[in-house]
Design a protein around this ligand. Structure first.
Ligand SMILES: NC(=O)c1ccc[n+]([C@@H]2O[C@H](COP(=O)([O-])OP(=O)(O)OC[C@H]3O[C@@H](n4cnc5c(N)ncnc54)[C@H](O)[C@@H]3O)[C@@H](O)[C@H]2O)c1
Length: 447
C-alpha cells in the first residue's frame, strides 16, 4: 500500500468486510485484519469470501485502486488512526454472548498499540451487551497497551445496523449513526471520520453513553424480531378463518404510521445470525439482573413454533410424512445471501427428518454452507426442477426471485402430486388455485 491506511478493521466477516469495502469506496485507506488466513488471501485477490450483492465489484475496485488491503497481522493496526472491532459475538448455551473473540482481539490490539506514539481510536462495532465496551474492552485494552482510555487511546461503542442481503446499500445509506463514548475526543474523532465518509449526506448522529449505544442495538433487533413474531401470530389466526388473508391485514395495519408497513411479512419465522442470538443475549443479560422480559421470551417461543406450523401444513396436505419425499426450496435465511445461520429452513428440515420424510433441498447460493451443517442427512438438487422431481410436497422456504417465477406446470410436471406449502407467500394464490396450494396466513384450511 502506498499511502498510510487511515482505518483498520478487525474481523472480516459480513460486517467488517462490508464496512471495509464501503470505506475504501469513499477513498478512505482501509486495511482488514482477520485470523482466517484463507479469507485474507481471498480478500487480497479482490474476491469476497461471502455472498453479498455489490460486494464483489466494490471489493475488486477497492483492491485494484489499492485503497483496501487485508492481512492477518494485527500489528498493522498501529499504522492506522482508527481500529474498528467487528469480530463475532456468538451465543452460548445459556444465551449469553461469547466474548472470547472480543477479548482476544482487544488484547492483541492493545499490545500492538503499546509502542505507538500518537493517539489511537478503538471502535466497538460488534454487538455487545451493555457495559462490555466500558468493561471488558476498556480493561483489556488498558492492560495490554499500558495506556489510558481518554488519554492515548479513544474508545467508542458504535453498533452496526446493516442487513445481510442489502449490506452495502445499508452501509452507504444508514438511517442513523449511534456513537457511545465517555469522552468527547473519542466521539468527535469518530464523528469526524463519518463526516468525511458521508459528506453532506451524514445521517442523524446519536451521541450517547457506551451502554446506551449498546442497548440501542439490542432494542432495535428485539423490536424487529417481535414485529415478525407478531405478524406470524396474526397469520396463524388468519389461517383459521376462511377467506381471510394476513396480507390484507398487514397492508391495512401497516398504513397506520404508528405501526408502519415494513417488516410485516409473515413467514416461517426469523433467522440469521443476529435476531435469535441478540434476543437470547438480552434475555440472559437482564434475567441476571432479576428482570424477566416475558415479551421477548414469547417472541422467541413464537418463532420456534412457526417451523412446526410449516411442517403441520405439509401434514395437512400429505397426512403422515413418513417416507414422503419433500422438496425444500430455499435454505438461506433470506434471499440474496448464502447465510444459513439460524435459518428457519434448518428447523423445518430437522422436523421433517424427525417425522421420517426424505428431504431434497435446493438453494441458489446456500448449499455449500448447508452441507457443512447437514452434510448427507438430506439430498441436494442442482436446480428447483430437479428438486421437484418425484417429490410429494414442495415447501418454499426462502423468497428467492427465481422461485417467484415458478408456474403451476413446474410443479405438475415434476412432482408425484402438486402439493405446495408456500411459507414465504411468494406465489400467486389465484394462479395456483387448481393445485394443492397452501400459503402461510391464508385462511382456507385448518392448520
Ligand atoms: N451479520 C450481520 O448481519 C450483523 C449485523 C449487525 C451487527 N452484527 C454484529 O457484528 C459482529 C460481527 O458479525 P459478522 O456477522 O460480521 O461475524 P462473522 O462471524 O461473519 O465474522 C467475524 C470475523 O471475525 C474474525 N475474527 C475472529 N476473531 C478474530 C481476531 N482475534 N482477529 C481478527 N479476526 C478475528 C473471524 O475469522 C470472522 O471472519 C457480531 O457481533 C454481530 O452480532 C452482525
Amino acid at each position: 500500500m502506498k499511502q498510510k491506511p487511515a482505518v483498520s478493521i478487525v474481523g472480516m466477516g459480513y460486517v467488517g468486510l462490508c464496512t471495509a469495502a464501503t470505506f475504501a469506496s469513499r477513498g478512505i485507506q482501509t486495511i482488514g485484519i482477520d485470523i482466517d488466513q484463507a479469507r485474507v488471501e481471498q480478500i487480497r485477490k479482490g474476491k469476497a469470501p461471502l455472498h453479498e450483492p455489490q460486494l464483489d465489484t466494490m471489493l475488486k475496485n477497492a483492491v485494484k485502486k489499492k485503497l483496501l488491503d487485508a492481512t492477518s497481522e494485527i500489528s498493522v493496526a498501529a499504522d492506522t488512526e482508527t481500529t474498528f472491532l467487528a469480530v463475532g459475538t456468538p451465543g452460548q448455551q445459556d444465551g449469553s454472548i461469547d466474548l472470547s473473540y472480543i477479548k482476544n482481539a482487544t488484547e492483541d490490539l492493545g499490545s500492538v498499540l503499546r509502542e505507538k506514539p500518537g493517539y489511537h481510536l478503538i471502535v466497538v462495532k460488534s454487538t455487545v451487551v451493555p457495559g462490555t465496551t466500558n468493561g471488558v474492552v476498556k480493561r483489556f485494552l488498558e492492560q495490554s497497551s499500558r495506556k489510558t482510555i481518554g488519554a492515548g487511546l479513544g474508545l467508542c461503542a458504535n453498533p452496526e445496523f446493516l442487513k445481510e442481503g442489502t449490506a452495502i446499500n445499508d452501509a452507504l445509506h444508514p438511517d442513523k449513526i449511534v456513537i457511545g463514548s465517555n469522552d468527547k475526543k473519542s466521539a468527535d474523532e469518530l464523528t469526524r471520520l463519518y463526516r468525511h465518509f458521508y459528506g453532506s449526506k451524514l445521517p442523524p448522529v446519536i451521541l450517547t453513553s457506551p451502554e446506551a449505544a449498546e442497548l440501542v442495538k439490542y432494542a432495535s433487533n428485539a423490536f424487529l424480531a417481535t414485529k415478525v413474531s407478531f405478524i406470524n401470530t396474526i397469520a396463524n389466526i388468519a389461517q383459521q378463518i376462511p377467506g381471510v388473508d394476513v396480507g390484507t391485514i398487514a397492508e391495512a395495519i401497516g398504513l397506520d404510521p404508528r405501526i408502519g408497513g415494513l417488516f410485516l411479512k409473515s413467514g416461517p419465522g426469523y433467522g440469521g445470525s443476529c435476531f435469535h442470538k441478540d434476543l437470547q443475549a438480552l434475555i440472559n443479560y437482564i434475567q441476571n439482573r432479576n428482570y424477566d422480559p416475558v415479551l421477548f421470551r414469547a417472541t422467541e417461543e413464537t418463532n420456534k413454533q412457526q417451523a412446526n406450523r410449516v411442517v403441520g401444513m405439509a401434514e395437512n396436505l400429505l397426512g403422515s410424512l413418513s417416507s414422503k419425499r419433500v422438496a425444500v426450496l430455499g435454505l438461506a435465511f433470506k434471499k440474496d445471501t448464502d447465510d444459513i445461520r439460524e435459518a428457519a429452513s434448518i428447523r423445518v428440515i430437522n422436523q421433517l427428518k424427525k417425522k421420517g420424510a426424505r428431504v431434497v433441498a435446493y438453494d441458489p447460493m446456500a448449499i455449500p454452507n448447508t452441507k457443512k451443517t447437514l452434510s448427507d442427512q438430506i439430498d441436494y438438487a442442482e436446480n428447483a426442477h430437479s428438486a421437484l422431481k418425484g417429490a410429494d410436497c414442495a415447501i418454499i422456504m426462502t423468497e428467492w426471485d427465481q422461485f417467484r417465477q415458478l408456474v403451476p406446470k413446474d410443479f405438475q410436471t415434476h412432482m408425484t402430486a402438486p402439493n405446495i406449502v408456500d411459507a414465504r407467500r411468494i406465489l400467486d394464490p389465484k394462479q395456483f388455485a387448481q393445485l394443492n396450494y397452501l400459503a402461510i396466513g391464508t385462511g382456507s384450511v385448518k392448520a
